[in-house]
Design a protein around this ligand. Structure first.
Ligand code: ATP
Ligand code: MG
Length: 366
């Protein structure tokens, strides 16, 4: 019997600046990969960010959110630009991004920090420290001190002005991010490090207790714990000790930026934001780069690697994800570089040409 090919709908949100250029490359790579892997991908392109503001007056039109909700995964380019910088808060392109994350309830943010052998010189660390680093930071995205109440400004008993926020985690919030992290570690090297400040903060003591309880469901994953101050130090001292890291919203914000600098190149870094079920949002960690928009200079590889994460974490299509990742490595091996990762002796190409070279590499993967 002929095997039924799997059908998925992908929402494309190109956005602003270099967004349309990099999404166009990633779409072509997804199309070719899908046809080689026997996957039936449909694309629906929707306005979002500044582009949507100009078109409809809001950064995330209802039709865009609805289309995203009804699809299997969302691939986002980048949003924002000088043109809208002076807008009021609710009319800023960036507000659309928060509304999208809220609307899709994506509470788990996955950010890999991988030092590719071809780009090891771009790392801020010494070669022998950077070589072979392959870390996944799993950051809780919708809870913790960024959302906790009470918050605000007030006066203390001496009449002195104060500002305050509250670190709060409910059990279900820790359990679900822990499960995403254990599942992620299981697909990697099977080691999970939970980062907290349980020596000082009650919210962290609670976090650790719940993570330990969830770990009984994952006997095949090795769990360790580290205080955040030590983790920040260990990340630059000996990053190879880490496989998967799970941590709360604020520690994850800081540690994932620290980890990304180890790899050195913003144009290479993808991300995934996942919810309980429902579609995830996959996007490069860089912004809309208005300084190079429309000049065919953008590095499309962070978006191509986000498309690989979409296949792996969004659709469960591991083979297709691996094919794209191998194609990116092969393209770098063949010497092609955009300006942001260029070094002497390599071949400087633009966004489009880099895309065409990746397609050739996808085609030649077995
Ligand atoms: P945001 O605030 O939206 O996160 P940002 O304004 O801080 O972003 P980016 O838009 O990421 O910053 O740009 C920072 C610098 O990196 C710019 O000089 C930009 O040209 C460059 N850059 C960002 N992404 C890429 C890319 N994919 N390829 C090449 N250069 C890039
Ligand atoms: Mg910006």
């Amino acid at each position: 019997a002929a095997s039924q090919s799997k059908r998925y709908t992908i929402t494309l949100l190109p956005g602003d600046g270099i967004g349309p250029e990099i999404i166009s490359v990633a779409k072509n790579v997804l199309n070719l990969t899908a046809s080689l892997e026997g996957i039936d991908l449909r694309f629906q392109e929707m306005p979002m960010g500044g582009a949507a503001l100009d078109l409809t007056g809001v950064p995330l039109p209802e039709e865009t959110l609805l289309a995203a909700k009804q699809s299997d995964a969302v691939l986002l380019g980048a949003i924002g630009g000088y043109k809208w910088d002076a807008n009021e808060k609710h009319l800023k392109p960036e507000t659309g991004l928060l509304q999208l994350r809220e609307g899709l309830k994506v509470f788990a943010n996955l950010r890999p920090a991988t030092v590719l052998p071809q780009l090891v010189d771009a790392s801020t660390l010494k070669k022998e420290v950077a070589e072979g680093v392959d870390i996944m930071v799993v950051r809780e995205l919708t809870g913790g001190i960024y959302f906790g109440k009470p918050r605000g400004f007030s006066k203390n008993e001496n009449g002195e002005e104060i500002g305050f926020n509250t670190e709060v985690y409910a059990g279900y919030e820790v359990d679900r991010i822990a499960r995403v992290a254990f599942e992620t570690a299981r697909k990697r090297q099977g080691r999970l490090c939970s980062v907290d400040k349980a020596n000082v903060l009650e919210a962290s003591m609670f976090w650790r207790k719940r993570v330990v309880a969830v770990s009984s469901e994952y006997p095949d994953v090795e769990l360790s714990h580290m205080y955040v101050d030590n983790a920040a130090m260990q990340l630059v001292r000996y990053p190879k000790q880490f496989d998967t890291i799970v941590t709360n919203n604020i520690f994850g914000d800081i540690l994932s930026d620290e980890a990304s600098m180890i790899t050195g190149s913003i144009g290479m870094l993808p991300s995934a934001s996942l919810g309980e079920s429902g579609p995830g949002v996959f996007e490069p960690i860089h912004g809309s780069a208005p300084d190079i928009a429309g000049q065919d200079k953008a590095n499309p590889l962070a978006t191509v690697l986000s498309a690989a994460m979409l296949l792996r974490y969004g659709l469960g299509e591991e083979n297709a994800a691996k094919r794209i990742e191998a194609a990116v490595l092969a393209t770098l091996d063949r010497g092609f570089r955009t300006g942001d990762i260029y070094s002497s002796g390599t071949k400087l190409v633009g966004c489009k040409e880099m895309g065409e070279e990746v397609l050739k590499s996808v085609d030649s993967q077995v």
